[in-house]
Design a protein around this ligand. Sequence first.
Ligand code: ATP
Ligand code: BTN
Length: 320
Amino acid sequence: MKDYSVKLSILKTLSQGGFHSGEELGDKLGISRAAISKHIKGIQGWGVDVFSVQGKGYQLAKPIQLLNQDVLQNNLANNVELIPIIDSTNQYLLDRIDSLESGSVCLAEYQAKGRGRRGREWVSPFGSNLYLSMFWRLDAGIAAALGLSLVVGVAIVEALEDMGLTSVKLKWPNDLYYQDKKLAGILVEMSGQAGAAANIVIGIGLNLMMSEATQGITQPWASLFEVAKNQEIDRNQLAITMITTLHRTLDEYERYGMSGFVEKWNRLDNFINRPVTLLIGSKEITGIARGINEQGAVLLETENGLESYIGGEISLRFRQ
Ligand code: ATP
Ligand code: BTN
């Protein structure tokens, strides 16, 4: 693994606030001012807004609260690994499935290859959002994994409500929405054979305070700080709440499946009773969204009556 310790030390100093000169940073790390300037460029490439003022040095445009391995581990029973710079937290766990305990968690500050469904990109700038994944061995097997992203989505929205962060909704099958903009995505990936236990990795990307200048997102998006208005959000505490919620939800899902789940989903469905289009490969089906059924299929009122659709190849789009 590449050594990012110099860049991470610079970020730790900058995250304390105020200006820090190239000379001060260089002395601290035993490298030249020119080397610091090069590292700052690399840090900017991770999506961190660092600016410099002649005679004063470098400063973060917005404060960053870094994640802390000790704080996370001391507050969680799960095995937690914070790897600040990573390709993808989902991929990291998928690569280690044979040696992991169920419930193991990986978090990152920056993902170079964060991904969404069907290989789409998940934009993951440093320090401004949450990127976390949990490994789970699901004895019931792959078939039982289908409803997971729905169940996890509801549990996370409910946990946010408990924190006073209301008006967050869900878009079938795996997105959290706020005011018709994408706030978070859930990605469930797995390996395993039919009939055997499924090895599942559940990844969550939740925007907290992403900069408006973020490139590469092709649809409207939101950050949790908009939802929070003036309420302060502690990133470590939020990560702990997300992980605890995820663990409890997986435990309950193994025991009770999706019973009693439809009402919970429908209360939070962002598109219920609104006109939508379902994209299934090159096919488009239009209708009015009517929530989900007990199998977790999306329900659509079309010219032909109430129809249900399920499967990983389906995308739902709002129709104005
Ligand atoms: P679907 O309905 O098929 O899930 P989707 O457009 O939401 O559609 P996903 O694969 O779920 O697609 O998510 C990836 C998409 O999310 C990307 O194509 C991009 O437009 C958007 N995206 C990427 N990063 C972020 C982010 N940090 N916040 C919000 N949206 C993002
Ligand atoms: C989606 O909306 O399609 C799902 C996005 C999931 C993003 C998270 S961030 C943590 C984990 N690691 C990844 O590479 N993806 C998921």
